[in-house]
Every structure is written in structure tokens, then in C-alpha cells.
Design a protein around this ligand. Structure first.
Ligand code: EPU
Length: 302
């Protein structure tokens, strides 16, 4: 346990947050891996400032745990406290074709809520797991849609200064699977500008994309989505597949037979199994193509 001060723990609860000591991060990641860590769940957003201030004052390092769907934390215990924002009841507020969404809101549900109000443009993102904030940080994308171009502004808590700031889209650098947010920036709300489109049309598009995804990705298994980025103009999945590596296994970590850029966790695999399998993939791709693959998944190394 990193946080041991009983007075501070009691204070945290009064601010509207919950202290959950020594949680297994494997219970919080879609890959089902990750060692123990202390967690503070913020049920109220205004608890953020005093909690961070309190941690800082005590010299306790902290980080942010989002939806855990693109995350690979090591198996060893973490020497920091992770904050998690609880999704609220009223996550979406509509104003014409503009929508204000809480960063902790689940992405897929938000896409569908917008669709019900005849607002589209995010269809490609519907099957991307995780929170809206996580999608922003990674500039999540699929089937020709990326979230970045839909963003008008983002309200962010700057971990470095302890202050909230509203950033306009132009001030945020969105690139392929990358944004300019600092690791200790916590996104609170995002304003998106969507496209007016009839619900039926959006729904048909979503259904078609879901069908495509079901066939080409191992959706029923534990994974973190694509494990490596695509090099410009190339598909990492296809390159790994062409090397005949589907089904290749290290411990419980297996290269999916459905999509070779997915590592799935079968039979209680660990983060170290996944790291070893990633190293093997990296080596094979380097030998075959002279390309150094870049991780797409966010690795937490303690
Ligand atoms: N392919 C193979 N074998 C495989 C996988 C793919 O031959 O095992 C071929 C496909 O047949 C296709 C091409 O490679 O011709 C591209 O495959 P796919 O359409 O699945 O796209 P991708 O480039 O592998 C990207 C994103 C996915 C996103 C899909 C759909 C990255 C790293 N991956 O995958 O995003 O869902 O496009 O738009 O950018 C993620 O970010 O976690 C993710 C899964």
C-alpha cells in the first residue's frame, strides 16, 4: 500500500472519492494483466483538485487510470496511486449539432446516444472500447474515422499546475494514435461538433461496421486492441500474418488467429508473457522488413 495516512484517507471519502487499496490492475484492464496498485475513484469531479493537492503534498506519485482498454501494466506492484473518474449520470449535454461529453463516459454508448439525436460522424468509433477521454488521448480511430477532427474543445486538468484549462481544438495536436496531452493531464469534458444525419442511416452504418469488426477482430477475447501501430502505408497485422505467426504463444499470450496485430490473453497470461511475445514479433518484423514496430498499446512500466 502506497497511501497509508488514515486521516487523508478519511478526508478523501469526505471529498466524494473512494480509496480502494491494493487493487489488482488485472481486474481493470481489458487484457486482464497488471499488478497491484492503490486506486482512488473520484465520484465527484470537484474532488480532483484537493485529492491531487493532498497526494502532491505527501510526495505520493499518482497517475490516471482510464477505461483500461488500451493498457498494458507490468505485473509488479505499483509505487503510485491511480485516480479514476467515475462516469456520471448526465454524461452528455446537447446544443444543436454540438455535444458536451464527460471524458469518463464510455465511447460506444456516447456514439449511440448522439445517433439517437440524429447526430453522426462518429460511427467508425462505435466498436472502439474505452472512455471518451482515452479515445482523445490516443486519437482513437477505426474505419476512416478519428475522434480528433470532431473535437471543438477539451476541458483538461493539468497535473503539472493543478489547474483546469479549456483548450480549443487548434491547441491540441492530434496525430495518428497520438495527441499532445501530457501524461498527467486529466481530460474532464470534451465538446464535439457532429454531423446531422438520420438515426436510421447511422444505425445501418454502425451495424455494417460491427459486422466487419466481428469477422476481423477477436472481440470476445481479452485484448487491448492492436498492439503495434501501423507503419505509414503498411498494415502490421498483415505483416505478422504473412510471417505465419498467428497462434504463436508465450505462456498465456497468443497472437490472435483472427487478427495478427492482436495479442489475446488466454489461460491467465501475464504482462511478462505479453512483453516476451511482443519482443518476438518485433524481432521477426525487423529481420524480415527492417522496420522497428512502435507500440500502440500504452505500457506502464512502474
Ligand atoms: N490483415 C491480414 N491479416 C491479419 C490482419 C489484417 O492479412 O491478421 C490484412 C487485412 O485483410 C486488410 C489489411 O491487413 O487487408 C488491414 O487490416 P484491417 O482492416 O484489420 O486494419 P488494420 O490496419 O490491421 C486498423 C487499426 C484498427 C482498426 C482497423 C479498422 C491500427 C494499428 N489498427 O487495423 O485499430 O480497428 O484499422 O479500421 O491502426 C486499434 O487501434 O487498437 C485497432 C484495432
Amino acid at each position: 500500500m502506497v497511501l497509508k495516512d488514515p486521516d487523508f484517507i478519511a478526508q478523501i471519502e469526505r471529498w466524494g472519492a473512494r480509496f480502494l487499496p491494493e487493487q489488482k490492475l488485472s481486474d481493470y484492464t481489458s487484457l486482464g494483466v497488471g499488478g497491484p496498485a492503490d486506486l482512488i475513484v473520484l465520484d465527484r469531479l470537484d474532488a480532483l483538485e484537493p485529492v491531487v493537492e493532498g497526494l502532491r503534498g505527501r510526495g505520493i506519485p499518482w497517475g490516471l487510470l482510464g477505461g483500461g482498454t488500451n493498457l498494458l501494466p507490468v505485473d509488479e506492484p505499483f509505487r503510485k496511486v491511480f485516480l479514476q473518474l467515475a462516469p456520471g449520470a448526465s454524461d452528455l449535454v446537447f446544443e444543436g449539432s454540438t455535444v458536451h461529453v464527460a471524458a469518463a463516459a464510455p465511447l460506444g454508448r456516447s456514439v449511440m446516444e448522439c445517433a439517437k439525436r440524429n447526430l453522426g460522424g462518429m460511427e467508425g468509433l462505435v466498436g472502439v472500447p474505452g472512455s471518451v477521454g482515452g479515445a482523445l488521448r490516443m486519437n482513437a480511430g477505426a474505419y476512416g474515422t478519428q475522434i480528433g477532427p470532431l473535437v471543438r474543445s477539451v476541458t483538461v486538468f493539468r497535473g503539472s499546475t493543478g489547474e483546469r484549462q479549456e483548450l480549443s481544438a487548434g491547441a491540441i495536436g492530434f496525430q495518428y494514435r497520438k495527441s499532445s496531452f501530457a501524461p498527467d493531464d486529466i481530460m474532464l469534458r470534451v465538446t464535439l461538433e457532429l454531423i446531422e444525419r438520420p438515426f436510421r442511416e447511422i444505425l445501418d452504418h454502425v451495424k455494417a461496421l460491427n459486422e466487419k469488426r466481428r469477422h476481423s477482430q477477436p472481440l470476445k477475447e481479452k485484448s487491448a486492441g492492436c498492439i503495434f501501430k501501423n507503419p505509414p502505408g503498411l498494415s502490421t497485422g498483415r505483416m505478422i500474418d504473412e510471417l505465419g505467426m498467428k497462434g504463436h504463444r508465450v505462456g498465456g499470450a497468443v497472437i490472435s488467429e483472427r487478427h495478427a496485430n492482436f495479442i489475446v490473453n488466454r489461460d491467465g497470461g501475464t504482462a511478462s508473457d505479453i512483453f516476451r511475445l511482443m519482443d518476438t514479433i518485433r524481432e521477426r518484423i525487423y529481420r524480415a522488413h527492417g522496420i522497428e514496430l512502435e507500440e500502440e498499446v500504452i505500457v506502464w512500466r512502474n
